[in-house]
Ligand binder design. Sequence first.
Ligand SMILES: [Zn+2]
Length: 256
Amino acid sequence: MRRVKGSSVGAAAWIFLSAPVSAQDLTPFVEANAIHTLFHEIGHAVIDQFQLPVIGQEEDAADSFATLEIINAFEDDAKPILIDVASAWLHLDAKTDREDLDFFDEHDLDAQRAYRTICHLYGIDPDANADAAEWADLPDETLDTCTDTAPLAQDSWEMLLQSGVLLGNDEPQTPIDVSYEETSLTQWRSQLMDSGLMDDLAIYAQTSFAWPNPVRFVASECGEANAFYDPQTVTVTLCYEILDDWAIAEVEILSQ
Ligand SMILES: [Zn+2]
């Protein structure tokens, strides 16, 4: 079991994720990427529902939220999770032809997202995470800036979350509904359900934030490997297809 506590800045929720025990379970690599992606979409939901100001790209803010919340919630277990996340992005980057790099995308390039993730991990606790920085080959001059930018991002999120976003002790929780839509991708539906991962993150989100509207978490067959937050329906969607993509990436990485 992996212990996960609620939001870094005060919520008292503790949730538990089951460790995979057989080949029929999500691997830690797939779990790690699903965790970061769900936290990323929760970040979008928080920004939207609490009308938080975003200076810069919202995608960067959602990535920072995800990485920092994982660092705070998973404590010592955050490092392997974030290395798996960065590893998936670096693998995607390596598979992309240079001429196909999408500089117009709302997200930064995959390699930038990978390096920023490790930069945050290192910058929050350089002593504990020097090995992760070494794994990612981050140069010394970058490491110097990480020790400034990561705490700045953490302080900025803390300030925003403390302004009426975090659930107060005496405030009622807004229940979060979790559903797993039927799909032809039955393997991924059952593995995701068995992992309890979405349910645990729903508990984290429900007990951490004073949602003004009910939030829904949905696992769905989307026709693409992706995840979304929809502000119209206040729904976080994780597509079954993206689990398959991560599993393929893991096999490819291990075979290198
Ligand atoms: Zn996003």
